[in-house]
Design a protein around this ligand. Structure first.
Ligand SMILES: [Cu+2]
Length: 315
């Protein structure tokens, strides 16, 4: 609808038009009331202007009907905006369960994206059209914000935790990608492109770089390198819990609470093991903060995610 209207970026995601419709509603509403108020100001100024020798009108001290009207109508209008905006916001924040995952790391001053299949890229993001895609984001230094105007979505990217953004691209093509949070001298250079490809082209692109390892494979090597398996084994005598099937499961903690083992939980378990202790285990896991890079961390998390069957290998 607005692709021909130059003030708007192209609309290329499943919720782009919904965002625009809400936006147009807000503009129309503001224009309507601005015109109404200015019109009435002018109209009353002329209609009731003071005439020579006229008596002063009696002051009006209040009118319940009037006050109810100007309270209830704005209340209804703001509730429409609130509920509409709230539903859309909730939709934008809740990735569908079948979304494919890509990892993104922001740092001064570039974006790096990692595809689980092993390919990674800088200041470019390749995604297939029509598939819900979730990007799990973190920062290596300061606050950044990933903004893809054509998808009508953006998300803060914070050091020390994961946030996520999702979208279903609806049109192939190339779109802008920005950092939308001032992050230092070259903030303005922290931009790139999103390339939306057909699923077949995307598959070809993923396989395009030779000699790349899947992230979970690299993660498995790191798991050995950091000697995680000395404690985490699929045996009953293991000092740490088995990590098989832990991803996305509900974990019971020693304080009786349960938490969902999403990427953020795994991250915290590795960097701040004392923050949440799994029930039945001692807090003996050392912290790996400062030893494992953000890049290695997402690879280890991909490996843990891939652990669906018990591992036979013990070493
Ligand atoms: Cu930035």
């Amino acid at each position: 609808m607005n692709s021909k209207f130059p003030l708007f970026p192209e609309a290329a995601s499943s919720f782009a038009h919904h965002v625009d419709t809400l936006y147009f509603f807000l503009i129309a509403l503001s224009v309507f009331f601005s015109v109404l108020i200015f019109g009435l100001v002018l109209f009353f100024a002329f209609r009731y202007k003071r005439k020579p020798n006229a008596e002063d009108p009696k002051p009006m001290l209040g009118d319940l009907r009037l006050e109810l009207t100007w309270s209830i109508i704005p209340l209804l209008i703001t509730m429409v905006i609130f509920v509409w905006g709230g539903l859309l916001y909730y939709h934008q924040l809740t990735p569908p369960a079948n979304a494919q995952e890509i990892f993104g790391i922001g740092k001064q001053w570039m974006w790096k994206f990692y595809h689980p299949e092993g390919r990674n890229e800088i200041n470019e993001l390749h995604v297939p059209v029509g598939r819900p895609t979730k990007v799990i984001l973190t920062s290596e230094d300061v606050l950044h914000d990933l903004f893809i105007p054509a998808f009508r979505t953006k998300m803060d990217v914070l050091p020390g935790r994961y946030t996520q953004i999702w979208f279903t691209p609806t049109k192939t093509g190339t779109y802008h990608l920005f950092c939308a949070e001032y992050c230092g001298t070259k903030h303005a250079d922290m931009k790139g492109t999103v390339t939306v490809m057909s699923p077949l082209e995307y598959q070809g692109w993923l396989n395009g770089e030779l000699g790349q390892d899947r992230m979970d494979k690299t993660g498995k090597e790191l798991f050995k390198q950091f000697a995680c398996q000395t404690c985490h084994q699929d045996q009953s005598l293991s000092r740490g819990p088995s990590l098989t099937g832990v991803y996305d499961s509900m974990v019971l903690l020693n304080n009786g609470k349960t938490v969902k083992a999403d990427a953020d939980y795994l991250r915290e378990s590795i960097l701040k093991p004392k923050a949440k202790i799994v029930q039945g285990y001692d807090a003996i896991m050392p912290t790996y903060k400062g030893q494992i890079s953000e890049e290695q961390l997402i690879q280890i998390i991909e490996y843990i995610k891939s652990l669906k069957e018990p591992q036979k290998e013990v070493n």
